[in-house]
Write a protein that binds this ligand. Structure first.
Ligand code: TRP
Length: 469
C-alpha cells in the first residue's frame, strides 16, 4: 500500500504524485509569483518606509538587500520546490532523505505552513479594511474629511467587529473558492486577471500623478537621498522588507516553484519576479507621494499613511473619489493574489498527504484561517490585550501576536532553513543541475551568497526582531 499519510512518503507515492498539475508556461509562473510577492507590503509598507527613512537613500539600501539576500534566496526556494515537485513538508523530507540528510527537515516545511496560516488572517483583516475604504471612497463619505476625522473613522472601523467580520468572511470564501479549483483552473486563471489589473491600476494612478506639479516635490523628496535618515533601524527595516516583499521563507515560492515546468530557467524567472516586484513598489511610491504632497500632508507618518493620510488627500482633491477607489482596489487586488499563494502550501500538503481531495483541503484550510481571523477581527476591540515584545508595548492582541510571530520570527527562520538546506544539506552538484547553466561564475556567486552571506543576514534580522541588537 502506498504510505502517503502523515510524514511518510514513499518513492512510489512520489511517482504517483508526479502526475500533479503544473503551470501552463514560464509566464504563468512569473504572473503567479508576481501575484504572490506584490502585496500589502508593496503598496502600503514600502511607501511608508521610504517616507520614514529618507527616500532614495533607503531605496538604495533596499535594492542592495534584494540583490544580496532576496534574489539568491528566491532562486534557492524555487529550485528546492521544483526539484522536489512536492509541497514544502513532503518536499523537504523527500529531498533530505534522498541526499541522506535528516528527515527532521520536514519541520522546516511545517514551519513555513504555520507562518502562512499566521499571516493569512492578518492579510484577510487588512483586506477587509481595504474593502471598507473602497466602499467609503467610492460613495463619497470621505470627501472633505479632516486629519482628526480620518483618524477617528479608522479607529471606529478597526474596533467594529461586526463590519470586519463580514469583510473577512468574504475574503476567505473567495480565496477558498479559487484554491478549490486547483493550479490551472483556479490560481492561474485568477492571476491572469489580477496581475495585469494591478499593473494597469498602478499605471493610471501614476499617469494622474504625472499631471500635477506635486510629482516634482515627490521626486525631490525621494532624490534628496537623505543618508542621515537611514539609521541602523532603517537598514534593518530595508533588510526585512526585502524578505517580506519577496514572500520568502514560508514555502509559498517553493510550492509555486514545484509547479514550474522543467524546462523553464529558474534564474530568468526569479529575476523577472524580483524586478517586477521592485518596479511595482517604486511605482506605488511615485503614485502615493504626489497625492499626499499635493494636499500639503506629510509622507513620514508611518503605518497611518494609507488608511489615515491618504483618505484626507483623496477627500481634498478633485476626482478624489475615483482616484481613491482605484487606489483601494489596487490594494485589494494585491492582497488577494498574495492571499492565494498563502493558502497553497497548506492545501497542497493536505492533498499530497492523501488525506483530503483538493476541494475539501481548501475548505479545511479556509476554515482554520477564518477562525483565526475572528481573533484578529476582535484584536482592537473586545479581545484586545497588551503585551511587551522586544521592549515594545503592543496593544493589538492577536493581530500583533501573529504579526510578530510570522513576519519577525518565522519568516527569517524559514529563510535561514532554506539557505542552510540549499547551501549545505543538498549537494552543490544537485543545485547546479536544478538551477541550470552549469557551475559558471553566476552559479558560484549564488552559491557563495546562499552559503555564507544569506545566513548571516537572516540571523541579524532575527536577533533584531527579538531585541537582541
Ligand atoms: N510579499 C507580500 C507583500 O509584499 C507579503 C508576504 C510575505 C507574503 N510572505 C508571504 C505573501 C507569503 C504571500 C505568501 O505584501
Amino acid at each position: 500500500m502506498l504510505l502517503r499519510c502523515g510524514w511518510e512518503l514513499t518513492v512510489e507515492a512520489k511517482a504517483d504524485i508526479s502526475a500533479r498539475e503544473q503551470w501552463s508556461s514560464r509566464t504563468a509562473f512569473v504572473l503567479a509569483a508576481v501575484g504572490a510577492t506584490v502585496g500589502i507590503g508593496n503598496i502600503w509598507r514600502f511607501p511608508y518606509l521610504v517616507g520614514e527613512y529618507g527616500g532614495a537613500a533607503f531605496i538604495l539600501v533596499y535594492l542592495g538587500c534584494l540583490a544580496v539576500f532576496g534574489l539568491p534566496l528566491m532562486i534557492a526556494e524555487v529550485a528546492i520546490g521544483r526539484r522536489s515537485r512536492l509541497n514544502p513538508v513532503h518536499g523537504f523530507r523527500y529531498l533530505a532523505t534522498e541526499t541522506s540528510g535528516s528527515p527532521a527537515w520536514l519541520l522546516a516545511g511545517l514551519m513555513g505552513i504555520v507562518a502562512t496560516l499566521c499571516i493569512l488572517p492578518l492579510y484577510s483583516v487588512v483586506a477587509g479594511w481595504t474593502m471598507a475604504y473602497l466602499v467609503r471612497t467610492a460613495s463619497g463619505i470621505l470627501v472633505g474629511v479632516t486629519g482628526d476625522g480620518a483618524r477617528s473613522i479608522f479607529n471606529a472601523l478597526i474596533s467594529d467587529p461586526e463590519k470586519l467580520f463580514g469583510w473577512h468572511t468574504l475574503f476567505i470564501v473567495s480565496l477558498t473558492l479559487v484554491a478549490a479549483r486547483g493550479v490551472r483552473q483556479g490560481l492561474e486563471r485568477a492571476v491572469r486577471v489580477l496581475v495585469p489589473g494591478l499593473f494597469l491600476i498602478l499605471l493610471s494612478l501614476l499617469a494622474y500623478s504625472w499631471g500635477g506639479d506635486a510629482l516634482q516635490r515627490a521626486l525631490d523628496f525621494m532624490l534628496a537621498a537623505d543618508f542621515e535618515a537611514v539609521t541602523m533601524a532603517g537598514m534593518l527595516a530595508a533588510m526585512s522588507q526585502a524578505f517580506f516583499t519577496l514572500s520568502l521563507g514560508m514555502g509559498a515560492l517553493m510550492i509555486y516553484g514545484s509547479y514550474l515546468p522543467g524546462d523553464a530557467s529558474i534564474i530568468r524567472s526569479t529575476a523577472s519576479v524580483v524586478l517586477i516586484d521592485t518596479l511595482m513598489a517604486i511605482m506605488a511610491v511615485l503614485a502615493v507621494f504626489p497625492i499626499v504632497f499635493s494636499s500639503g500632508l506629510s509622507v513620514a507618518e508611518g503605518p497611518g499613511l494609507v488608511f489615515q493620510t491618504l483618505p484626507v488627500a483623496f477627500g481634498r482633491m478633485g476626482g478624489g473619489m475615483i482616484l481613491g477607489s482605484a487606489f483601494f482596489l489596487l490594494l485589494l487586488f494585491a492582497a488577494w493574489s498574495s492571499g492565494l499563494s498563502l493558502m497553497e502550501p497548506a492545501v497542497a500538503w493536505l492533498v499530497e498527504s492523501g488525506v483530503l481531495g483538493r476541494g475539501w483541503a481548501a475548505v479545511v484550510v479556509g476554515l482554520i484561517v477564518w477562525l483565526l481571523g475572528i481573533g484578529v477581527v476582535m484584536s482592537f476591540s473586545a479581545w484586545s490585550f497588551e503585551f511587551t515584545f522586544a521592549d515594545e508595548v503592543r496593544t493589538g492582541g492577536l493581530f500583533d501576536v501573529l504579526d510578530i510571530l510570522s513576519a519577525s520570527i518565522l519568516l527569517p527562520l524559514g529563510g535561514l532553513a532554506v539557505a542552510l538546506f540549499a547551501g549545505r544539506t543538498l549537494s552543490r552538484k544537485l543545485m547546479a543541475e536544478e538551477i541550470g547553466g552549469g557551475e559558471g561564475l553566476g552559479f558560484w556567486v549564488w552559491y557563495g551568497l546562499i552559503k555564507y552571506v544569506v545566513p548571516v543576514g537572516v540571523v541579524v534580522i532575527l536577533l533584531r526582531a527579538v531585541g537582541g541588537i
